[in-house]
Write a protein that binds this ligand. Structure first.
Ligand code: C2G
Length: 131
C-alpha cells in the first residue's frame, strides 16, 4: 500500500486541481490531502471563498482522494508523514524545491502545474464580466 500526501487550499475547485489529484493518486494506492483550514489560509495570506468544511466535502467527493486531513501549520508535514506512513509527498511545481527537506522522510515529487486555470484567474475573469 503506497501512500501519497499532498497539501493545499483547493478553493473554487477546478480542473487544474483535479489533474493534480489524479496524477498524485497515480503515484500510489492511497491519497491523503492535507487541506488548509480557514485559519491557516489567513496565515498563508489567502481568504478562501468556500469554508474548510465545504472544501473538505468537495475533495472527499473526488474519486482520487481517500482521506482529507486539516493543514493548520507550515510545520506539520514531518509529523503527518510519520503519522500516516507516507511514501510520497507531492505538490505542483509552483512549489519546486520548497519542500526538499522532506526528502529525509519520504520521496518528494513536484508535478507540472496545469496552465491556464487558477482560483485567482477564475475570480479575475468573473470580476471582468461585471464591468
Ligand atoms: N495546482 C495545479 N495547477 C493549477 C492550480 C493548482 O497543479 N492550475 C496545484 C498546486 O500546485 C497545488 C494544488 O494544486 O499542488 C493546490 O493548489 P492551492 O490550493 O493553490 O494550494 P497552495 O495554496 O499552493 O497550498 O503547505 C502547502 C500549501 O498548503 C499549498
Amino acid at each position: 500500500m503506497k501512500r501519497v500526501l499532498t497539501y493545499g487550499t483547493y478553493d473554487l475547485l477546478h480542473w487544474g486541481h483535479i489533474r493534480l489529484l489524479k496524477r498524485a493518486k497515480q503515484l500510489g494506492d492511497y491519497l491523503i490531502v492535507a487541506l488548509s483550514t480557514d485559519e491557516f489560509n489567513a496565515i498563508k495570506g489567502k481568504k478562501a471563498y468556500h469554508s474548510y468544511e465545504e472544501r473538505k466535502m468537495m475533495l472527499e467527493a473526488i474519486r482520487y482522494v481517500d482521506l482529507v486531513i486539516p493543514e493548520v501549520s507550515w510545520e506539520q508535514k514531518p509529523q503527518d508523514i510519520a503519522e500516516y506512513h507516507v511514501d510520497v509527498f507531492v505538490m505542483g511545481d509552483d512549489w519546486e524545491g520548497k519542500f526538499d527537506d522532506l526528502k529525509q522522510y519520504c520521496e518528494v515529487l513536484y508535478l507540472p502545474r496545469t496552465e491556464g486555470i487558477s482560483t485567482t484567474k477564475i475570480k479575475e475573469d468573473l470580476e471582468a464580466l461585471k464591468r
